[in-house]
Design a protein around this ligand. Structure first.
Ligand SMILES: [Zn+2]
Ligand SMILES: [Zn+2]
Ligand SMILES: [Zn+2]
Length: 228
């Protein structure tokens, strides 16, 4: 966000504080300053640490109270996430977004989809409901955590129709050479065509290859999902 917009928000906050006869204006502006400098989604303790990094040491209760003031003045949005975690984030007037929350690493990504917003609006009005605000939170695994979680398994255990990527070969040089001839090098993608008894049949780069079960047990692969 632009510098001038933040200057404007700072000016408005200061004016509201004076109007409401709220004390410790300089300290409260230090809270706002840290808050404006980040697009993070943090709890009150998180913001307290952030402000301390900026060289201003305020009492945690003062920071929490100031964050609630920011919410009251429409400069911050307060969200309660799964498990009761409360996070504060910067809010620009007239701008709305929803969240994708990773349950493994806690990362929060923002998204905005105009079509989805209209659908929600329509759904509420059709139910005779006047929608005023909403928060959409989608919980799951972020891209990074998904790849970290991806299990490797022996090719022999992969079901027909599944696509895999060769991750590791636990065999000697001879097997490696044999696989290279088939196009089954590290990182190569293959689709399992059949695996019931006998040799495995795979599609590799548009051609079908057969592989003995013994070899298929020595090849570790990462599943890439079902073939369309
Ligand atoms: Zn939304
Ligand atoms: Zn994650
Ligand atoms: Zn957000």
């Amino acid at each position: 966000m632009s510098f001038t917009l933040h200057q404007e928000e700072r000016r408005q906050f200061e004016r509201l504080l004076r109007q409401q006869r709220i004390d410790r204006i300089a300290d409260r502006l230090a809270v706002l300053e840290a808050f404006l400098a980040s697009e993070g989604h943090l709890g009150a303790e998180g913001w307290h640490r952030q402000i301390k990094k900026n060289g201003v040491d305020l009492e945690p209760s003062f920071v929490a109270q100031t964050l609630d003031l920011l919410v009251r003045f429409g400069l911050a949005a307060k969200s309660e996430f799964e498990g009761g975690a409360v996070r504060y984030e910067h809010q620009h007037l007239g701008q709305h977004h929803d969240h994708l929350i990773c349950t493994a690493c806690g990362s929060i990504a923002e998204f905005h989809d105009a079509e989805l917003e209209v659908m929600q609006e329509r759904l509420a009005t059709q139910a005779g409901f006047l929608p005023l605000r909403h928060q959409l939170q989608i919980y799951g695994l972020c891209h990074k955590c998904q790849s970290a979680r991806e299990p490797t398994l022996p090719l022999a255990l992969v079901s027909p129709g599944e696509r895999v990527r060769i991750a590791r070969v636990a065999g000697g040089e001879e097997l490696n050479r044999q696989l290279m001839d088939l196009g089954l090098v590290l990182g190569a993608e293959a689709e399992v065509i059949s695996s019931g008894g006998g040799p495995l049949v795979l599609a590799v780069k548009g051609s079908r290859v057969a592989l003995g079960r013994g070899a298929a047990h020595k090849i570790l692969v990462t599943p890439l999902g079902q073939q369309q």
